[in-house]
Design a protein around this ligand. Structure first.
Ligand code: EPZ
Length: 417
């Protein structure tokens, strides 16, 4: 298993180009199944998850080629409707093939995704939504057995604005007979990106930027050629890197309009942030100011930036609080930050972060994509050597991260084994 060796402290300066969004690319790849034809996706990041989803689709009979941030998908010859456990367990987003397979082919057998490092990740809202549209769903030895002669429209009210459930229900509704309403739908930019691609293919969708999405089913949709939006979490991570290292970074090829809650929170911490078309410049304050952070559903502060924000607040001028409303147990990075000298107390879904003077380098263990990036940020600011273990997590969600960091002045090396 690869690790990173980071020698700090370093001050990051220069410019970085942001890659396409993992969480927009994954549903779009699954949506190719709905079209039954040849689709092209642009601005696709070269990630482990890109590879995993490609392998999953190939197992269904989809022809997938990835070349220089372009994905060519040919879904004209689906030969299987089974998504196996060995792939689904490594990437929850595999569940996104469920709806297209049911909607297009009337059957799907998809392994249950299981949990992740910070606890259970239920899919009850996905299954309830698909059943409301007429799918018959059974759980058989760890697999979801789903079938439907024909899907029909329904009014679905989500108890929480689940991204994944919105994705699956939206894709199923596109080919369902009649009108579907999704109330309390997720409003993430990644949902909008998917809806826009489907509309380009002939789907009838309204309200995708709101929490009430209306879909009028059609008989079929055409293949799409679409561009994946920039990754707002990668961009937010580099913004946090500028702040924690006392540097100044120009973050290009991103969409500040998707990042207001992140920009506002880093500004509260004293960062000087200037926006420009498709980018922003983030300059660190002399001393990070403490802040209160509450994660929530978009457009609130994203849970996927919680760990990175915690690393920043560890070096603030006082005590900060972080309340995790989306995944109350998403604190596996706390003990590892403690090994670097952080002073953090957890009480349920609340973390109190007492600012310390500095981090001291030490070996730490990554547990998930975003916790990994938080530990890298802390290692960049730490005095001495930090070894981040199990960085296969980071490779799932950040394209060539060490190259981008070295170009900004970081001393970070990947070591194998
Ligand atoms: C997506 O996961 C993202 N993954 C996650 O990013 C992100 O943290 C999450 O949305 C929240 O923004 C992808 O887009 C591939 P949810 P998802 O369904 O869809 C509860 C990363 O690092 N819930 O919006 O699985 C759930 O427990 C990853 O890129 C149910 O109760 O998240 C959580 O409390 C990590 N039942 C809340 O909803 C369900 O059926 C939000 O989860 C589904 C979800």
């Amino acid at each position: 298993m690869d690790s990173f060796i980071i020698r700090g402290p370093s001050k990051l300066e220069g410019s970085v180009n942001i890659s396409g969004a993992k969480n927009a690319m994954l549903p779009l790849m699954a949506a190719a199944i709905l079209t039954g034809g040849k689709c092209v996706l642009e601005n696709v990041p070269d990630l482990k998850d890109t590879e995993t989803m490609s392998e999953l689709l190939r197992g269904l009979g989809v022809d997938v080629e990835f070349n220089n941030s372009r994905l060519f998908l040919d879904a004209s010859k689906i030969e299987s409707e089974e998504a196996p456990y060995n792939l689904v367990r490594t990437m929850r987003a595999s569940i996104y093939v469920l709806a297209p397979l049911i909607a297009k082919y009337g059957h799907a057998r998809v392994s249950l995704p299981g949990g992740c490092a910070w606890g259970p990740r239920p899919i009850d809202l996905h299954l309830k939504g698909l059943m409301a549209l007429g799918a018959k769903i059974e759980i058989d030895h760890g697999y979801i057995e789903a079938s439907a002669k024909e899907l029909h429209g329904a009014e679905i009210i989500l108890s929480v604005p689940s991204v994944g459930a919105t994705v699956n229900i939206l894709m199923a509704a596109v080919l369902a007979r009649g009108i579907t309403i999704i109330e309390n739908a997720a409003r993430e930019p990644e949902i909008v990106n998917l809806a826009e691609a489907l509309k380009q293919s002939g789907a009838k969708i309204d309200g995708e930027e709101s929490s009430r999405i209306q879909i009028e089913g059609v008989r079929e949709i055409e293949p799409f050629n679409f561009r994946v939006i920039p990754d707002r979490i990668e961009a937010g991570t580099f913004a946090a890197a500028a702040v924690i290292t006392g540097g100044k970074i120009e973050i290009r090829e991103c969409e500040p309009d998707h990042m207001h809650s992140i920009i506002n929170k880093l500004s509260e911490c004293g960062a000087n942030i200037k926006l420009f078309k498709n980018g922003l410049t983030v300059e660190a304050p002399a001393k990070i100011r403490h802040a209160e952070v509450e994660t929530g559903y978009y457009p609130a502060f994203p849970t996927d930036m919680q760990a990175q924000m915690m690393s920043v607040l560890c070096l603030a001028d006082g005590a900060s609080s972080i309340i995790e409303h989306v995944y109350p147990d998403r604190f596996t990075h706390v003990a590892e930050l403690g090994r670097l000298g952080a002073d953090i107390n957890i009480d349920g879904s609340v973390a109190i972060v007492n600012g310390v003077e500095r981090f001291e380098g030490a070996p730490v263990m990554a547990t998930d994509i975003r916790a990994s990036s938080a530990l890298i940020l802390a290692g960049l600011a730490a005095h001495g050597e930090t070894k981040v273990l199990r960085i296969y997590h980071i490779d799932r969600g950040y394209e060539r991260i060490e190259e981008k960091l070295v170009a900004l002045g970081a001393d970070i090396t990947r070591i194998s084994g």
